[in-house]
Design a protein around this ligand. Sequence first.
Ligand code: GCV
Length: 848
Amino acid sequence: MNLSLRCAHVTRCAAAGAFGALLVGVATPARAETGYDAWLRYAPIPTEIARARYTSLPRTIVLLGDSPVLRTARDELARGLDAMLSEPVALTAAIGRGPAIVLGTRDRALSALPGAGVPQRLDVDGFWLGTSSTGGRRLLVVAGQNDRGVLSGVFALLRRIALHEDIAQLNERQEPAAPIRWVNHWDNLDGTIERGYAGRSIFFENGRVLDDLTRVRDYGRLLASIGINGATINNVNANAIVITDGFIPQLARVAEALRPWGIALSVSIDFSSPRRIGGLDTFDPLDARVAAFWKDRVDALYRAIPDLGGVVLKADSEGRLGPSAYGRTHADAANVIARALAPHGGVIFYRGFVYDHLMDWRNVKNDRARAAYDNFKALDGQLDSNVILQIKHGPIDFQVREPASPLFGALQKTNQAIELQITQEYLGQQRHVCFLVPMWKEVLDFDMQATGAGTPVKDLVSGRTFGRPVGGFVGVSNVGRDTNWLAHDLAMANLYGFGRLAWNPSATSRDIATDWTKLTFGQDPQVVDTVTSILLDSWPAYERYTGPLGAGTLTDIIGVHYGPGIESSERNGWGQWHRANGTGIGMNRTVATGTGFVAQYSPPVAARYESLASTPDELLLFFQHVPYTHVLHSGKTVIQHIYDSHEQGAQDAAGFVERWRRLERLIDPERYRGVLSKLEYQAGHAIVWRDGINNWFLWLSGIPDATGRAGRFPGRIEAESMTLERFSRAAVIPWETASAGQAATCAAGGSCAARHTYQGASGTFDVAVHYFDENDGAARFAFSVGGREVDSWIADAQLGSSSPNGHTSTRRTVRGVRLAPGDEIRVEVSPAGSDGGALDYIELVPVR
Ligand code: GCV
């Protein structure tokens, strides 16, 4: 340990010496609550709790051994204790006579403290937290199976303290469910992120690794605190350059930033690299020159990064080149690279996300859901032992609800990892709150009945069921440069939850949500109840207003995957079909009359999905095509369920705003306001979804809503029916994403205005102004009543599109507007850039 350096980084240095104590309070910059520290805020513990629970906690940390990860563990513990308990701690390298917290690997702890109860065995990365009074001293021991285990143990201890738990009598042994707990990033070398919604890459810019890797180190800290042990930093749609001699030193810098946190770096590779960067005329995996190329590149990677985790490969999918170019199998492709990695102890994640995106949609027997199984089932047993098949959790692509991929249950001699998407690509893109842990758990807990009952997905992927040497969990985590990492403070619960589940997939959604809330927002019971319940209600709400009954997320699947775009799924080769027509909806995937996908499940599971009677309502349209009048187990018809669900979902989203508002004085103003504006936006966009989908099904089915709500909008005044100054009327595409299919657009230059003279009874109203916030400019909107401007705003959001449609459709509510007969309501729009400042409607909602 370089003591002079250490002193430079601490706020108080009282004593130093070879084995002497160094009293430190590790500097914790006082930060505003920006969300940057996420769940590692280490908020000060109230004095009465600190006195009651932590007075006897030793203030000396003894580190047995030395390594970058062990030093990180010691420093993190010092940092956390100093921040939470406001007392400096002493750091030493030897156990003295006084009380101490002892950190070390199990082997070292066992030999230094033979009677302390350290377990003889621990699984890889596991740890033990225990208290002992060996030799009359009070000791708290954090023993790890390895250095990473020590670090995880330290974070577990800090979490207990941050949660105000009693730690007087610790005897806790924890081992992760699986050796693979990795994140993937879809970052491009130019700094953009595919499906990233929180700013540019924290790793890359302009074709290089960023000079300042502070954020990477801080991200490593977040990941380590939840037990993640690997990170792939570049897009699976990989740039071949990453493994060139010119680029590898840059990767090494990222590896260096992550190493102290016990996170192994890995890279996505391009299968055609031998041809693109290797000077060969082929990338045929069975060509000896290609094998030599991979060996050369992998050796070069390991020379620079000896602890590289491995590589990730997307091949023969969505236009990426793969072994099919030479008539070779995926096993040929995976194994040629696996053999180059094996001498270094590296692994290759071969993605199971292989499908034909140019499928003939007219053939009703075609089915994208079949692809993963059809491509890989026959290869079971042919993949080398350091190949891991990385399988998306459902058979399509991270839709709002999918059944578990049948491939999980079909492989007995292949290592697997489940791929979960933390990034909310189809689930609101971190503008909508959608806590994904309950959705993931449905899949992880699902019993595939691979060899009879008792083979849940979580045991298959961890390798437990069939005794595979390696397996686990991969989360696609597209954090960005936004201060709070994922743009929405509540979205961080998904990153946290992924780590907790990868460590222990049996943890409950409620426990994860509660812990995250307490760590992120504090312990006030009202805050904890409210935030936890919003999280737990959020996925069901999102499902209700976007795609109930297993039809998929009814979004624009050939665009940005965000707002409604129901017909975009149909009549193209991408295969996310819902097959809605005038009489019914759903993909018939049965064996008897459909695509036969159901047969990919084990017989008992297949039997459940084959029969209309036993298919659960929530997955009905994934497996069956039914008439709109089909009666669900709930007793409702399918069409009425669609109408009701969308009404309910929009109400749920509105309810989140009301629930959050009650926390105003209980949460710091920065995060309170940040989340509030996101929730208000979400409530407006949920209405866009509700109206788009209900109008579309009302039109297509011709069956009215029994409650009379679908298609009826009391208080709504269409922009195109207002008195328009310089506005033009324009059709919106797709039609269902604008009220009455049209908008008033201000493309004429200068300002445009829409006027309406109120003729109803006097009263107070919340007035919703519904407009389109396009990417390509920043239109100014002003709302006036009787010549007085009541509200104004700039529409400058980045919603993924520069046209009026379901992505850009946005609602602004002007609250508490007094209206009397004859009052003129005026919306004025001043476009800037090419944003046409389109207005859809205003809606008057009486305030009771
Ligand atoms: C990185 C979906 C996404 C793509 C993604 C792909 C994949 O198709 O929309 O952005 O590509 O999945 O997982 O490879």
